[in-house]
Design a binder for this molecule. Structure first.
Ligand code: ZN
Length: 128
């Protein structure tokens, strides 16, 4: 049995656009207690949530493109869109974005993105 009163875990956040892991960080309990230490150790290697900023790869095209994330509406919950895995960058001057700028969300580092229902995206040629 572990007698450790200090738990240490390496955790990460995920990019809100491509879901790649980023912002690795070390967690440690501040209260010396075996229970807390165990809880910390249990999250080792896990994602602790979405980052408020996009990863480096997704930030590369922020001036030219809106990153479109394919979702399955049937499997989505109100605050938790179900991602099917496809992400494509579409030029900012695409008519839909000009007409409906309210669809576009921005990360804290200024990367524009939006969620697009996969079947709708296929019809307008965003997704395969
Ligand atoms: Zn990313």
């Amino acid at each position: 049995m572990s007698e450790n009163k200090i738990g240490v875990a390496l955790v990460h956040e995920i990019c809100p656009i491509c879901s790649k892991s980023m912002n690795e960080q070390i967690l440690m309990n501040s209260v010396l207690n075996k229970k807390y230490a165990k809880e910390i150790e249990n999250v080792h290697g896990k994602a602790i949530g979405y980052s408020k900023t996009a990863c480096e790869d997704c930030s590369k095209y922020k001036d030219e493109a809106v990153m479109c994330i394919a979702i399955d509406e049937a499997k989505s919950e109100p605050n938790n869109p179900y991602r099917t895995g496809q992400v494509v960058g579409i030029r900012k001057d695409f008519q839909l974005f000009v007409d409906k700028p309210e669809f576009i969300i921005k990360t804290e580092n200024g990367v524009p993105y939006c969620f697009v229902e996969e079947n709708v995206g296929k019809q307008i040629g965003f997704f395969k």
